[in-house]
Ligand binder design. Structure first.
Ligand SMILES: Nc1ncnc2c1ncn2[C@@H]1O[C@H](COP(=O)(O)OP(=O)(O)OP(=O)(O)O)[C@@H](O)[C@H]1O
Length: 608
């Protein structure tokens, strides 16, 4: 009885048109669990709703949960006689989104985002986005129907650096006019001297070019002109248009990628392909992107854009922070690698970790590595022409090093800043100044391609691994979609997936070390009581990371210490804890063989 009372408080029942109308007057967000009389509301998400209600208790008046019976309500007619749970999101009386299936992570993310936004809107910190109302049609509940209209479409931004020579030649106005005529909006502009780090960060894709150092020096000593550009929302192209456009470049890749001396050849090559067929038409064609425009105006050698939308946003936020704040543009979280060398590792490592934490870095992966001399040479190969190379190799292969994969907004730039050789003089609190230059590994930005180098280095320290994820029988039926999505959201690639009915022998094999435990019998019975979903999943550091994502064995504890973990979100109790995660690489390999037999893993790129 007590339990029922609790549920009635959690979700208000809506089973007639009057109550439906009343519900539409709720302030803020209402999450509607659409149910059928014959199967009742979805039990699987009630723990989540309770948690959300708890976590967002300060926003109580903005968050409501209801259960609505499809059979009694006209608006919910399309959902009648369907057995899949459906959740509708009503914002101030308008249904704006829908989630099909008990997809706890997706529901949770939507609720948190919508309530946060609503809070900001009411506080005047954000303008109300235009969210299209969802029209509920029969096709909405078809198997293949698209899931929901998503959050409002965001504008695309870019940042342009007009180089010093064009500034000196007073070409800024002409360039601005050209951008405005093209239909883009200039949201910020500033003439400034870029510092060394800003230049390296903006032009990191060009860092391998032979005259890059000269370019950095010239640019840092002369004023550039920076433009923040809004290109409006992404344009949806029809299939026809897409086909037509294939040889062209997209707006989100506007940066000059070729050597500047080759710019013209590049352009004429591009034109050559098409102009042979339709020379006149090509001449009349309006440029589709600012990059194309720059090329056509022969400005590509004095104006630079960013070729990746996420990176462009990052630069916009850095150069025009007030605009970004007003628009509530979220910066991009990046990752970088820190390698703590042996003598520091023996010393005050705690101080370093504390400092990193204080500076906002989160250590996503960490591992002690004992490099052989050969491995050290490979890892530090881009230092090989320096005279300190042999000392370095001797040092780092003499004792373990600690590799940290760090995440933070603007991590690459900021790690360089607190550590970096060039900033050390100006930044007395830099790690390099505190610790001395020999202690920390620095990701060179002067390599052939710094981002590629960085990714290679991260992979070197945290190689791709495979492990096994097993969705247990109690979670198989209703929760597997949400669990798999969560796994994918955390960067795992699901390379193999199959439904499997475990036998007692197989369970004994998987849990052999627990044979003596008093709960073993229960575990065995549970694991064979229905089908499981077995998956081979891979990513860097997969074994450790999958255990971390699974969370503590007991979901109760998980909800306290790791509330976003899978067991916290989907586990029932210590026995029915949603998933199994292999504890070591060896165990993972054995379980893969046990569950998937002799499959050809070697044909894939990455080995466990
Ligand atoms: N005290 C317990 N009572 C009942 N069942 C338990 C208990 N402890 C563990 N189990 C069950 O046995 C499984 C294996 O336990 P183990 O100690 O290996 O935990 P784990 O490594 O977190 O889980 P798994 O190996 O399934 O990934 C747990 O997933 C859980 O289903």
């Amino acid at each position: 009885m007590a339990g029922k009372k609790k549920e009635a408080q959690l979700q208000t029942l809506v089973n007639n048109e009057t109550l439906w109308e009343e519900m539409l007057h709720n302030k803020g967000l209402t999450v509607i669990d659409v149910y059928q009389a014959w199967c009742g509301p979805c039990k699987a998400v009630q723990a989540l709703f309770r948690r959300l209600k708890n976590d967002l208790s300060s926003e109580e008046e903005l968050l409501h949960f209801v259960v609505a019976e499809a059979d009694n309500l006209m608006s919910l007619q399309p959902f009648r006689d369907k057995c899949e749970p459906v959740f509708l999101f009503s914002l101030n009386g308008r249904i704006i989104s829908m989630v099909k299936g008990a997809n706890a992570p997706l529901i949770s993310a939507k609720v948190i985002q919508l309530v946060e936004d609503e809070k900001k809107i009411l506080a005047g910190e954000m303008s109300r986005p235009v969210l299209p109302e969802l029209v509920l049609l029969d096709s909405d509940v078809d198997e293949d129907a698209v899931e929901t209209p998503e959050a409002p479409v965001e504008d695309i931004y870019n940042v342009m650096i007009i180089r010093p020579q064009a500034v000196e030649e007073e070409r800024v106005e002409e360039i601005e006019q050209m951008i405005v005529d093209f239909g883009a909006v200039i949201v910020g502009e500033e003439q400034r001297f870029l510092d060394d780090e800003q230049i390296r960060d903006f032009y990191d894709e060009a860092s391998h070019k032979f005259n890059f150092e000269e370019f950095v020096s010239y640019t840092s000593n002369n004023p550039s002109y920076i433009l923040g550009i809004c290109l409006g929302p992404p344009v949806k192209e029809s299939e026809e248009e897409k086909k037509k456009d294939q040889p062209e470049e997209k707006e989100s890749q506007p940066v000059e990628k070729e050597d500047r001396a080759e710019g013209d050849e590049d352009q004429s090559a591009e034109e050559g392909d098409q102009s042979a067929e339709e020379p006149k038409k090509k001449e009349e064609k309006k440029p589709k992107s600012i990059r194309e425009l720059l090329k056509s105006q022969r400005l590509i050698e004095v104006c630079d854009l960013i070729d990746d939308a996420q990176k462009a946003r990052k630069h916009l936020i850095q150069f025009f922070p007030y605009f970004a704040k007003a628009k509530n543009l979220q910066p991009l979280v990046e990752r970088t690698l820190a390698v703590i060398r042996p003598d520091l590792l023996r010393g005050n490592i705690e101080d370093v970790l504390e400092l990193l934490q204080k500076e906002g870095f989160v250590a996503k992966m960490q591992k002690q590595l004992f490099l052989t001399e050969e491995e050290a040479k490979t890892f530090y190969s881009h230092h090989k022409y320096y005279d300190y190379f042999s000392t370095l190799i001797e040092h780092v292969s003499s004792a373990p090093i600690l590799a940290l994969c760090l995440e933070r907004v603007n991590a690459v730039f900021y790690w360089r800043y607190i550590l970096g050789p060039t900033a050390a003089d100006e930044n007395p609190t830099s790690l390099r100044n505190i610790l001395g230059p020999e202690h920390c590994h620095f990701n060179q930005s002067h390599g052939k391609d710094s981002l590629q180098n960085l990714n290679e280095e991260i992979l070197f320290c945290f190689p791709y691994e495979r492990t096994v994820a097993l969705i247990k029988p109690h979670a198989f039926q209703d929760l597997r979609g949400g669990i798999i999505r969560k796994i994918q959201e955390h960067g795992f690639v699901v390379s193999h997936l199959k439904e499997i009915q475990l036998t007692a022998d197989k369970v004994e094999e998987i849990y052999r070390v627990l044979e003596e435990k008093d709960f073993f019998e229960d575990l065995l019975i549970h694991m064979i009581e229905g089908p499981c979903m077995a998956m081979i999943i891979s990513k860097e550091n997969a074994v450790q990371d999958w255990r971390k994502l699974a969370g503590p064995t007991d979901p109760e504890e998980a909800r306290k210490v790791a509330p976003e973990s899978i067991r916290a979100l989907f586990g029932k109790d210590i026995l029915d804890n949603a998933v199994h995660a292999s504890s070591t690489k060896e165990h993972a390999l054995k379980t893969i063989e046990l569950l998937f037999g002799d499959i050809d893993l070697d044909s894939e790129d990455h080995e466990i």
